[in-house]
Design a protein around this ligand. Structure first.
Ligand code: ATP
Ligand code: MG
Length: 464
């Protein structure tokens, strides 16, 4: 993308309405614009990051064997009356009446709708196990929407639902989700710690929340500092293996890590004092096992092996896709702006032309742009007439992990400069070497780059 043709409305001044750094930086970097309290338009740069996160979520869900679909945002109140939640849910639910006087609602979550789909189409235990999920906008009329996309009223969530014959099977689904979620967050450059939590209005026995530690987090958490040393990394996991998934779940959840609702001072005090931590965290996901809480009242049964109807065991699992952008920025920024982890950056590399209009500099930038694009990377080329300082400030603000700077002086010696946003370190390289280096950096995130296959024609829909 050439900046002169893009829509990147960056703000020079700090917007006064933003209280936390991620909200401030998202507004300043032209990623979002508030439409109403807690409701945002996603401007091109923000939309691009949102799509990248969705893509990672899809890839990891599909890897775990879960099936993508899409349910509507508007739901019928009758379904929620069946489960008993229409009255229970309270003022957070946005209730709407259509022209025929039918009660509808903007879905805050989808347990009822998915259970209705299930009972309409699945009748035998032979069709189990089954896990369906979607990524869809939710609406919760939060009493105090704040911190930008962190606590919106309209927000994007991945929500998935497992249907299993037995509790044992459903607990495997639970563990499978836990593993796939950890992998998802790690790919986004985040550490999200699973913590024992309270089930709230979803209900249920087993539940973990995933928390990113951050001072601005709204949750109070208590944990054993050793839990922050655990990583899933590049381990190959067979998601069908009950033992493997359980082993990872145990590894990640055996040490003390709880939110304030389930915090137990006596147990906490058994941890050696130097490892006891209390901190704040951002909830970026939650998994639940809730047995037959919905299948019982809604009649979601299957014919069991003995021919008798049995209610299915269910769980639901959510990732706060739009909130994650705020969480990533809280975890990765400096006083100049955002620092995107390579897995989620909106553009892979910035190109800054120090002397726009200089024939040689322009040609070198065009060549770099073409070479990066040809191997499937997306550069953002600042081809405007802004002075160099302004160009650098914009690149730093929007946080692309790598920047190639091109100027007449370097070109005389056959070099351009490759700079890391994170460390600020620069190296001088020939333009060809710079392209090669950037390709190497991104190879782990785009395996086809390592195989030198062009990505032409690949869209973010290929996972379907
Ligand atoms: P919270 O306690 O923060 O209100 P929740 O526990 O009610 O969240 P869940 O029902 O567990 O939310 O939803 C799954 C995920 O959706 C959460 O882990 C969170 O990341 C995200 N989420 C929930 N509410 C919001 C919101 N108002 N704005 C943005 N993301 C949200
Ligand atoms: Mg939750």
């Amino acid at each position: 993308m050439r900046l002169s043709r893009y829509f990147l409305p960056v703000l020079k001044e700090n917007p006064s309405e933003a209280q936390i750094v991620s909200h401030r930086l998202m507004l300043r970097a032209g990623m979002i614009k508030q439409a109403q309290a807690g409701i945002y338009s996603w401007l091109p740069l923000g939309f691009k990051v949102l799509r990248k996160l969705e893509n990672i979520v899809h890839e990891e869900q599909i890897r775990a064997g879960h099936i993508p679909m899409l349910m509507p945002t508007l739901q019928s109140a009758d379904l929620w009356r069946e489960s008993g939640r229409y009255d229970d849910y309270g003022e957070e639910m946005l209730r709407i009446t259509d022209r025929h006087g039918r009660d509808m609602l903007f879905g805050p979550t989808n347990e009822e709708l998915i259970t209705d789909i299930f009972r309409g189409h699945v009748s035998s235990y032979k069709d189990l196990p089954l896990t369906l999920y979607h990524i869809q906008w939710k609406f919760r009329d939060e009493i105090r929407p704040r911190f930008g996309v962190m606590r919106g009223r309209e927000f994007l969530m991945k929500d998935g639902y497992n249907f299993d014959l037995t509790k044992e099977d459903a607990l495997h689904s639970y563990n499978r989700h836990l593993v796939s979620y950890i992998r998802t967050y790690e790919r986004m450059g985040l550490q999200a710690i699973p913590m024992r939590a309270d089930s709230g209005p979803i209900g249920g026995d087993d539940t973990h929340e995933f928390l990113v530690l951050a001072e601005t987090g709204e949750s109070e958490v208590f944990y054993d500092s050793k839990v922050t040393d655990i990583r899933l990394g590049e381990r190959e996991i067979n998601y069908d293996s009950v033992e493997q998934c359980r082993a990872v779940m145990e590894e990640f959840t055996s040490l003390y890590a709880r939110t304030d609702e389930t915090h137990d001072e006596a147990v906490f005090n058994q941890i050696p004092e130097e490892r006891r931590r209390s901190a704040r965290g951002i909830e970026v996901g939650q998994i639940f096992y809730f047995g037959t809480k919905y299948s019982d009242p809604m009649g979601a049964t299957v014919q069991g092996p003995d021919g008798k109807p049995v209610p299915v065991h269910m769980g639901s699992h959510g990732i706060g896709v739009s909130r994650l952008i705020g969480a990533i920025i809280e975890a990765s920024h400096d006083d100049k702006g955002i620092i995107w982890p390579e897995g989620v950056t909106p553009f892979h590399c910035g190109i800054v032309n120090l002397k726009q209009g200089d024939a040689e500099a322009d040609a070198a930038c065009d060549q770099l742009y073409a070479a990066l694009t040809a191997i499937g990377l997306e550069p953002l080329y600042d081809d405007t007439n802004e002075r160099a300082g302004g160009k650098f400030a914009t690149m730093d603000l929007i946080g692309l992990p790598w920047r190639i700077t091109v100027g007449p002086r370097g070109l005389k010696n056959g070099v351009v400069e490759l700079t890391s946003r994170k460390t600020g370190e620069s190296v001088e390289l020939s333009p060809e070497e710079a392209v090669k280096k950037v390709a190497e950096i991104y190879a782990p995130h785009h395996p086809h780059l390592a195989r030198e296959e062009p990505m032409a024609g690949r869209s973010f829909h290929t996972w379907l």
